[in-house]
Design a binder for this molecule. Structure first.
Ligand code: PLP
Length: 379
């Protein structure tokens, strides 16, 4: 469950790989179903959408099923890339597609990082912002958030002065859900060396966008004379985590070309390409998902705070909750009730869990069980 280190006796494995921490996907739902004896597990561990996909996406996928899969997908994904380019008013040669945006994080590290290079990111943070650099033999410096889960401007200024080659920053942040303001984002942009690649990971931007204080990363970075890329995904607000498709919009076509050299030619499958095109077109479904998520996140955060928990302010579809006791133990108790959340294991945050939103009914079960488990003297 916790982030383990994979050690191998195989001497042929590169030392960077032999020491790589494993990505922690959270508990296996089949295993939790067995432990709890409930077939209907409540999965709040991966920030997935409880509101499903647009009917237009389902229709596009059915059509593809009828037409079959005997051909390789378009290796350039041009219909999807063109749709993204049109939507965002960027030339198609600055759009890169990935088998999830995680795939693009990996490609960026492969294309840019030499052993010993410095990567700067935030703590607590998204583990792949750390794992992929380590895979390449790079060093990672993590800048802690403030005590209130906010952006620590002086600490960032100091870290960026060490001249990283690559900066990973998520907005909204995972796992805190906190949002950087335009001024904070501009701070990072100004402080990042001109030669470094600035990666803005906007996996949850759709949920934050209704807030007028949320800065559109593309608007901030557009026109900046420096390498940058904004990453987005269909996994979260669009409800397509299982189909694996994400994209990046880059400062220049040369960066996209570099990523195209390192990616496998058919990294985004045909079903994913067609589903994503249909998803982009259904604005009503996206708006509905975002509206329901924002309503529910406020309600659940309020209920948890009333129950005495410290909860980080969230602009995303998950909550970062201080359970005031070891989160691994809390998580195990929740498993017995058939509920999966993610126990945070980064130093200083071992008492925190990250819980994604589900339907109001499932969220109520979660709040009740968590409150019971954390009642005085327990566990
Ligand atoms: C979920 C997430 C991603 C995207 O995942 P994909 O499913 O690979 O698109 C990227 N970055 C962060 C911070 C995330 O939380």
């Amino acid at each position: 469950m916790s982030i383990g280190t994979f050690t191998t006796r195989l001497s042929l494995v590169r030392k960077e790989v032999a020491h790589l921490p494993a990505y922690d996907p959270g508990a296996d739902p089949d295993e939790v179903a067995r432990v709890s004896g409930t077939p209907r597990v409540i999965k709040l561990s991966n920030n997935e959408s409880p509101f499903g996909v647009s009917p237009a996406v389902a229709a596009a996928m059915r059509l593809r099923l009828d037409e079959g899969f005997s051909r390789y997908p378009d290796p350039t994904g041009k219909r999807l890339a063109e749709a993204i380019g049109r939507n965002l008013a960027v030339p198609v040669d600055r759009v890169v597609l990935g088998n999830g945006s995680e795939n693009i994080l990996e490609l960026l590290c492969q294309a840019v990082l030499d052993p010993g290079d410095l990567v700067t990111t935030q703590a607590p943070g998204f583990s792949l912002h750390e794992i992929f650099p380590h895979m390449m033999g790079a060093r990672v410096r993590k800048v802690p958030v403030t005590a209130e889960f906010g952006f620590d401007a002086p600490a960032w200024r100091e870290a960026l002065a060490e001249e990283p080659k690559l900066v990973f920053l998520a907005n909204p942040c995972n796992p805190t859900g906190a949002m950087l303001s335009a001024a904070e984002l501009e701070n990072v942009v100004a402080g990042t060396p001109k030669s470094a690649l600035l990666v803005l990971d906007e996996a949850y931007c759709e949920f934050a966008r209704p807030d007028p204080a949320y800065p559109d990363g593309l608007a901030v970075l557009r026109g900046q004379d420096r390498p940058w890329i904004v990453l987005r995904t269909f996994s979260k607000a669009y409800g397509l985590a299982g189909i694996r498709v994400g994209y990046g919009v880059a400062s220049d076509a040369d960066l996209v070309q570099a990523l195209n050299r390192v990616r496998t030619p058919y990294n985004v499958n045909q079903l994913a390409q067609e589903a994503a095109v249909a998803a982009l077109d259904d604005h009503a479904h996206l708006a509905d998902t975002v509206r329901r998520t924002r309503l529910e996140i406020g309600r659940v955060a309020d209920r948890l705070r009333e129950a005495g928990f410290r909860v980080a302010p969230s602009s995303a579809n998950f909550l970062f909750i201080d359970t005031n006791r070891d989160s691994d133990r809390v998580t195990r108790e929740l498993h017995r009730a058939g509920i999966i959340v993610k126990a945070w294991r980064e130093p200083g945050y071992e008492n925190f869990i990250r819980a994604s939103l589900s339907t109001p009914e499932e969220n109520d079960v979660f709040v009740r069980c968590l409150t019971e488990i954390c009642a005085k003297g327990n566990p």
